[in-house]
Design a binder for this molecule. Structure first.
Ligand SMILES: Nc1nc(=O)n([C@H]2C[C@H](O)[C@@H](COP(=O)(O)O)O2)cc1CO
Length: 175
């Protein structure tokens, strides 16, 4: 009986490392003040230590900049916001992030792909790819492929339904 209970505990609580680190990225995304797209990123070294966490936000002290999406105007948030990947790299607690894996809730844009390459990260695991069809994201793929940095879509490995649900990232695919 006790053995059966132990087995049950193991099957519900055992967490694959990918699940754990993507969960950290999802949790970080919840801090973002972006009313439309919250993104989180978590950088993990080869010893499975988290060495950087970030979410998309305005630069420090710039709390009055707009969160609107008004392309081609000064009211457009995209001109100002720091991406989660950039913040995770800048927040690193290690000397560098060479050889680390980036867990990120949204596929990196081309600017972040350049950063990922130049910082020497070795892999990208992403949760959502809603802008896949857009040119900057096609460029991003090209950059990562050229630099031989593999990227893979995250698939939860835990059989714990509650856990899997907590990872739900509610983003519709967009053109
Ligand atoms: N990989 C990414 N990391 C990010 O942190 N972001 C941020 C920038 C914006 O704050 C938001 C995207 O806003 P929207 O275009 O979906 O309304 O997500 C965006 C991407 C995709 O380029």
């Amino acid at each position: 009986m006790a053995e059966a209970m132990d087995e049950d505990r193991a099957s519900t609580l055992n967490l694959h490392e990918d699940d754990y680190f993507m969960a950290q990225a999802v949790l970080a995304s919840k801090i973002s003040k972006d009313p439309r797209t919250q993104v989180g990123a978590c950088i993990v070294n080869k010893d499975l230590e988290t060495v950087g966490i970030g979410w998309n936000g305005m630069p420090n002290g710039c709390d009055n900049l707009p969160w609107a999406r008004e392309t081609g105007t000064l009211e457009d948030k995209h001109l100002y916001v720091c991406h989660a990947e950039l913040n995770a790299i800048l927040n690193k607690k290690s000397a560098d992030v060479k050889g680390c894996t980036m867990y990120v809730t949204l596929f990196p844009c081309n600017e972040c792909a350049k950063l990922i390459i130049q910082e020497g990260l070795k892999e990208v695991v992403y949760l959502c790819d809603k802008y896949k069809a857009r040119i900057p994201f096609q460029a991003s793929r090209k950059l990562l492929e050229e630099a031989k940095i593999p990227f893979k879509e995250f698939k939860p490995k835990s059989s714990n339904t509650e856990f899997t649900l907590s990872l739900e990232y509610n983003e519709e695919m967009e053109e």
